[in-house]
Design a protein around this ligand. Structure first.
Ligand code: NAD
Length: 260
């Protein structure tokens, strides 16, 4: 197994992409922490994993809340003695034209995606440094870490920002064997995307089928959604890679939408 005995914290792991990453990590022998804003869903996910024979711990955590992040990571270290992998994945989407965003919406988006990434990284790094085993930090970016779309100003801004954070963590963490990388998925059918389809249809004045075909999947090579399994496979690669050879990178997994 590729992650035997590793402790992995996955934020936003009660749903969608994070849940699948936690599931793949658990199947590869990791002890997984389901860190999520939604405590009941996190508990249920962890209970399901335990029922399947895996080690899983639920931690209620709003990634924008410094005290909750620090307390959550401390709980993990007390329970399992350290942390080897952090997947900073929790995220939301709010879509409007720039001129219609309120400052509160803008700040909320940057807080979840950027403050959340910073706070979880800052809480985990000292434990990774102290262990002598190094570690892997993975940020959930997006094709929108590389490319812009209509209506997504704070999301595109934040997802671009994660690449900067990852490069700095890669440089600072190298001496301790801590790697940092970004996964950049195309559209994946999760609750986050299902919510956007009717919203975009309304804002753009087109049908939901047209949003899928002509907006979301237009630039892919084959008109297909990326899957949670596709993203989890990349998350496993970054988590299990054995050296600093693979650090400070961002990998687009998107059916060819945005080629670099
Ligand atoms: P999702 O809505 O299925 O899951 C997101 C999870 O994050 C939920 O369980 C939610 O409770 C949790 N969450 C939200 N705010 C939080 C907070 N403040 N603190 C802790 N947890 C919080 O969404 P998803 O599609 O699985 O998205 C996961 C990540 O993948 C996000 O960062 C998103 O931007 C990114 N992403 C998604 C897609 C896509 O097409 N679905 C594409 C590229 C990137």
């Amino acid at each position: 197994m590729k992650l035997d005995g590793k402790v992995a914290i996955v934020t936003g792991a009660a749903s969608g992409i994070g849940k699948e990453i936690a599931s793949v990590y658990a199947s590869e022998g990791a002890k997984v922490v389901i860190a999520d804003l939604a405590p009941d869903a996190a508990e249920q996910t962890a209970a399901d994993f335990r029922a399947a024979g895996h080690d899983a711990l639920a931690v209620a955590m709003d990634v924008t809340n410094e005290d909750q992040v620090n307390a959550g990571v401390s709980k993990v270290v007390e329970t399992w003695g350290g942390v080897d992998i952090l997947v900073s994945n929790a995220g939301i989407q709010i879509v409007h034209p720039v001129e219609e965003f309120t400052l509160a919406e803008w700040k909320k988006m940057l807080a979840i995606h950027l403050d959340g990434a910073f706070l979880t990284t800052r809480a985990c790094l000292p434990h990774m440094y102290a262990s002598g085993r190094g570690g892997s930090i993975i940020y959930m970016g997006s094709v929108h870490s590389k490319e812009a779309s209509l209506l997504k100003a704070p999301y595109v801004t934040a997802k671009h920002g994660l690449i900067g954070l990852s490069k700095v963590v890669a440089k600072e963490g190298a001496a301790h064997g801590v790697r940092a990388n970004v996964i950049c998925p195309g559209f994946v059918r999760t609750p986050l995307v299902d919510k956007q389809i009717p919203e975009q249809a309304k804002t753009l004045g087109i049908s939901e089928a047209e949003v899928i075909k002509n907006v979301m999947l237009k630039e892919t090579v084959d008109g297909e959604f990326t899957t949670v399994a596709d993203v989890a496979a990349v998350a496993l690669l970054f988590a299990s890679f054995p050296s600093n050879a693979l650090t400070g990178q961002s990998l687009v997994v998107s059916h060819g939408w945005f080629m670099q």
